[in-house]
Design a protein around this ligand. Sequence first.
Ligand code: FDA
Length: 392
Amino acid sequence: MILGAGAAGLFCGARTAAGGKRVLVIDHSAKPAEKVRISGGGRCNFTNIETSAANFISENPHFAKSALARYTPWDFCDLMARHGLTWHEKTLGQLFCDQKSTAVIELLLEELKAAGGELRLSTHVSGVARSDDGFTVKTDAGDISAHSFVIATGGLSIPKIGASGFAYDVARQFGHEVLTPHPALVPFTFTGAAKDTFSELSGVSCPVDAKAARGPDFHEALLFTHRGLSGPAMLQASSYWRESEEIEIDLAPGWSASEQLRADKASQPKQTLSAWLARHLPNRLAQHVLTWRGIPSGKQLANLSAGDIDAIDKALKRWRVKPAGTEGWRTAEVTAGGINTDGLSSQTMESKHVPGLHFIGECVDVTGWLGGYNFQWAWASAAAAAQAIAQS
Ligand code: FDA
């Protein structure tokens, strides 16, 4: 039995049934795979061809390697092609479905049905217990017995569409540690003057390098919003961010502002600083950067002192912001943290404490970057569990 008819649960159901086992997939929602439906702006960024374990956050950075190596992005592309679906690469290896994301849901449902798997929606589970030869699951439609039990109920993000902490409760019940879940791939919020400024700049976007204290540099777009900072660069940084930490932003990614200023001071001395900045940043942002630093925008490059150049360089290359928080579970694309991988087999996703119990997908402490990695983890962890169950 598989609990959770999302990306991981449906895919695991289809592959387990194809492996010759009787499969029942249960979900408390009335519709399956709602997150697939809303993903990728309705076009489902279903994988990333650059996928490697380095694109995932986990207490154990090696855990995801085996499953990711055994079910690759190309395997899911083959499946898409068999269903007549096509795709395109948008950026950074991100593959988006050319059809609507509902076509990917259809694919999952057809695979499950063709293999003989059953799906029951709007079914509520109130408890799970071990039985002599497996598990007994209490539902509002009666008790169900199963030899193997797969938890694929996801994380806490977007409760409005069915997210619950069920996986964590079951994990704790069976002696697993749950690493504190926190919202990830989520916009930052600010208070006070910063919020007012960002709100004025709302809608402005520019390429940056953004970095949280414990994360890598992300070279993607930043977007100012009414509540703070968003855009892919900020969403990526948010997965590594912890309360009261700063984010360092480079508004001049890939080039040296001080070198460029010194060169332009020599070749175009009459140019004003505001005109110079507007060549490199969106105009509204350029004006704000000067105001933040208290540098008169009408100053000509010829009159810039070494101190001015340093100040502008710092403003562009090492802009530090301290978010008040994030938009939280309401808008977070994923949940970081979750079931500690120490208690799971990386080959089969099976519990080391309870034979026959598997955890797959987002409920596990494996969190992908933005860009199709989270679905690839859902497919790969589902395939690993399905293979083990089919062979059991
Ligand atoms: P998922 O959350 O998909 O499924 C869990 C299922 O379990 C749900 O159907 C839920 O109803 C059910 N459930 C929960 N509690 C239950 C309970 N107690 N009893 C029974 N059923 C229960 N990723 C990506 O790679 N590319 C993308 O383009 C996007 N885009 C995107 C957009 C938005 C807006 C969000 C919120 C998320 C994304 N993601 C994404 C992330 C991606 O959607 C996510 O990582 C996967 O859906 C996780 O798959 P799972 O199957 O693990 O959980």
